[in-house]
Design a protein around this ligand. Structure first.
Ligand SMILES: [Fe+2]
Ligand SMILES: [Fe+2]
Length: 198
């Protein structure tokens, strides 16, 4: 192989490596979002049970939603860890775990609609990010087999999560919730930019 084609290949690999690292960091964060939400759900259920044992219907639906989504996010994480070409993981995984945990924990403490709206905002961002990545990967040659198909597979699940979260809301988001949603979106974009590098 000539030195020119070797350097083209390494640039291509670097491009794929960055995208795999960013999405692996994102899926790690996603797992921890639901762990944070389930932790908050448990704490809230302890308080609401002691106040009124009949007020747990909605809390159960958050628990079911978060538990089901947690399983899907674990599957996504496993795809990146076991089924993708080898890549360098982010050096900041601990930070993505903590950020994810708080992104699930804080809104769940604030209420059901806060939680569902946050998930809607996160998944809205993730869907757009996967779309941008897929457009980029479509032009990578040679692209390791199956990479694009697996990105699309994860994207479809995120779209369902986004729509389920939106449908689970029982009222329109307040001004403060929208402000929080914008912070979550900007924070996610910043996290992707950092994870691509570090
Ligand atoms: Fe995911
Ligand atoms: Fe998701």
């Amino acid at each position: 192989m000539s030195s020119i084609s070797k350097s083209v290949l390494s640039r291509t690999s670097a491009k794929v490596d960055k995208e795999l690292r960013a999405s692996h960091a994102g899926e790690t964060g996603a797992v921890w979002i639901y762990r944070g939400a389930l932790t908050a759900e448990f704490l809230v259920s302890l308080v609401s049970f002691s106040r009124s044992p009949h007020k747990n219907n909605k809390a159960l639906s958050v628990k079911a939603f978060a538990s089901e989504h947690l399983q899907t996010e674990k599957t996504h994480l496993s795809i990146f860890e076991n089924e993708m070409p080898t890549f360098r993981g982010s050096y900041m995984l601990l930070l993505w775990m903590i950020a994810g945990f708080l992104t699930g924990f804080i809104p769940r403490i604030l209420g059901h609609n806060w939680f569902f709206y946050t998930i809607y905002c996160v998944e809205y961002f993730v869907d757009q990010h996967y779309e941008a990545q897929c457009c980029l990967l479509e032009n990578v040659d040679p692209l390791p087999s199956e990479v694009l198909r697996k990105f699309r597979q994860c994207q479809q699940d995120e779209q369902s999560h986004r729509d389920e979260a939106y449908q689970a809301m029982t009222s329109t988001p307040s001004f403060t919730m929208k402000l929080w949603g914008k912070i979550v979106g900007k924070g996610s974009a910043a996290a992707v930019a950092v994870a691509k590098l570090i």
